[in-house]
Design a protein around this ligand. Structure first.
Ligand SMILES: [Cu+2]
Length: 321
């Protein structure tokens, strides 16, 4: 009888809209390092729910506000730990453009079977940028308006279209991709495209066939990712993150020193452990290595792995004739 008209009006009803985070096609080489849609418009009072998409869910949704973005890794003695400020949730469930809000990331993403999502309710009009703390350059925008255009359904459809286009672009690039041969050297590039928003989790589509004495150089050209080149000679691939349980509070996340330590050898005869250490995108702060070379001295068929992305199928084969 006395229904309050303003509250009944659809324009005033708070809605929840979805942003897809990451994703990929299971079993294929290409993953999305994007938020889809990259820009979303919602109304004041609305909630955005970020739904992390299998198989590639190792991301964060992080609003830094006016604070400085925390570092991914924190040194402790001669060890490196993943920053808990990056990997664990922080801040309350509403956002007005100030303060730090973080979804956290599943540290053992490859083992997570339940769905992972994160929600924030936007209480103030404005344009808010957010980032993935794990993938530099992976950014998104939430535009909060007094009155927003579109609907949750149209925004989700836009997100699905963008994600499909990202994966299609990555697959097309990978289909055309070939090893570069220069005399007695072969270059295998690890690639991704920050503009299109994808990364590639394979070294090559076919086993690399080379003559004995050839030098293979792996070149990291993916601005989003870190990779390793690791020959284990049949041993199990070590975990990249070692979860150290604590008596109280959240576990500590150690970067496995075995993964991070380069072996000094420059030749490979199929025996033993050879590791590049972590290869960074070219021009990363402090100019850490982005290339790794090995000269193959003995005929054989050798498997190698990226310690970081092996759970997502990142492995390669060199056949030396
Ligand atoms: Cu990798």
């Amino acid at each position: 009888m006395f229904a309050p008209v303003a509250v009944m009006s659809p324009a005033a009803a708070a809605q929840t809209s979805t942003v897809l985070v990451g994703g990929g096609i299971p079993g294929t080489a290409v993953v999305s390092n994007s938020f889809s849609p990259r820009t979303i418009e919602v109304a004041v009072g609305d909630t955005v729910q970020w739904q992390f998409q299998q198989p590639w869910i190792l991301h964060t949704v992080t609003f830094v506000g006016s604070e400085k973005a925390p570092e991914l890794l924190v040194p402790e003695g001669d060890k490196l730990y993943f920053n808990p400020q990056v990997f664990f949730p922080a801040g309350d469930k509403t956002y007005d453009g100030t303060g730090y809000r973080n979804s956290g990331a599943p540290p053992e993403a490859e083992k997570l079977t339940s769905k992972f999502s994160y929600s924030l309710t936007f209480t103030k009009a404005g344009t808010y940028e957010y980032v993935c703390m794990v993938h530099p350059g992976m950014t998104g925008t939430v535009m909060v308006k007094d009155k927003a255009t579109g609907s949750p359904a149209s925004r989700l459809a836009q997100g699905r279209r963008e994600m499909a286009a990202i994966l299609k672009a990555g697959q097309a690039a990978f289909a055309k991709w070939k090893p570069e041969r220069k005399g007695n050297e072969v270059i295998l590039a690890m690639v991704g495209d920050p503009k299109e928003g994808w990364s590639n989790f394979r070294y090559s589509s076919q086993p690399l066939v080379i003559k004995r004495g050839t030098t293979v150089t792996w070149a990291q050209r993916d601005p989003f990712e870190l990779h390793t080149i690791t020959f284990t000679a049949g041993a199990k691939v070590p975990d990249f993150v070692v979860v150290e349980a604590q008596k109280q509070g959240p576990p500590k996340l150690l970067l496995n020193p075995k993964a991070g330590t380069p072996s000094q050898t420059k030749t490979y005869d199929g025996m033993g452990w050879v590791n590049s250490g972590i290869l960074f995108p070219p021009g990363a702060p402090g100019n850490p290595p982005s290339n790794f070379s090995l000269t193959f001295t003995k005929a054989g068929r050798y498997e190698y792995f990226c310690i970081i992305h092996a759970p997502w199928g990142m492995k390669g084969t060199v056949v030396v004739q």
